[in-house]
Design a protein around this ligand. Structure first.
Ligand code: GTP
Ligand code: MG
Length: 202
């Protein structure tokens, strides 16, 4: 299947952008992973690329502190973002991260889609709605990806998918398909790869 082929081969880190630092020059299409702290952004990048430790993960929120750029086969770029909505770091840091996230999401011509990751146990929170407001305003395509579905019973996951889809009705830049994933058990990973493949041929 197209998605699997696309992710087979080389994947490597090539750039980190800190809040006051520079972004890499724009070249290949970029797909960014946004979401609340600890939702599983870095883990999902590892699952997609089939690498255990490409992006650094941690039990404690606030692990990813910069925009990390990963090249996949010289074809496209995955961007791991710091989590938003995490109160336990300093106010200054939260402000710096928020500025970095917002500037990147609003002003990047090569950004093809943002996967907005949402913990399937918790559903959409206020900070997720704020990010979606920003993306709708900037007309940047985004897609909700539910994470950690291995923690839910099947019926609960289906309910969460339906409820989340319902919340996207009046959001113009939202791609109307929700993918439920588990980085730990592999659920939804091939669907997500297929979604990336579709983006790149469009
Ligand atoms: P920050 O960089 O701090 O914003 O976090 P993140 O969104 O990158 O999350 P990360 O991938 O570091 O994972 C956070 C925690 O969630 C780790 O303890 C992971 O093992 C756990 N986790 C990630 N994906 C899954 C999953 O699919 N299922 C379960 N049960 N746990 C997961
Ligand atoms: Mg991370």
């Amino acid at each position: 299947e197209a998605g699997r082929k696309l992710f087979a081969g080389e994947a490597g880190f090539f750039w980190a952008a800190a809040p006051t630092g520079k972004l890499p020059p724009m070249s290949n299409l970029e797909i960014a992973f946004a979401g609340r702290s600890n939702v599983g952004k870095s883990s999902l990048i590892n699952a997609l690329t089939g690498r255990n430790a490409l992006a650094r993960t941690s039990h404690t929120p606030g692990r990813t502190q910069e925009l990390n750029f990963f090249d996949v086969n010289g074809r496209f770029t995955l961007v791991d973002m710091p989590g938003y909505g995490y109160a336990a770091v300093s106010k200054q840091k939260v402000q710096a991260w928020t500025g970095l996230i917002h500037d990147f999401l609003r002003g990047r011509a090569t950004l093809a889609r943002v996967f907005v990751l949402v913990d399937s146990r918790h559903g959409l929170k206020a900070v997720d709605n704020e990010i979606m407001d920003l993306l709708d305003k900037a007309a940047v395509s985004y897609q909700i990806v539910l994470t950690k579905v291995d923690e839910l019973k099947k019926g609960e996951a289906e309910k969460r998918v339906a409820e989340t889809l319902d919340a996207l009705k009046r959001r113009p830049a939202a791609y109307p398909e929700i993918i439920a994933t588990s980085s730990h058990e592999g659920e939804g990973v091939s669907e997500l790869r297929a979604s990336v493949a579709k983006l790149l041929v469009e």
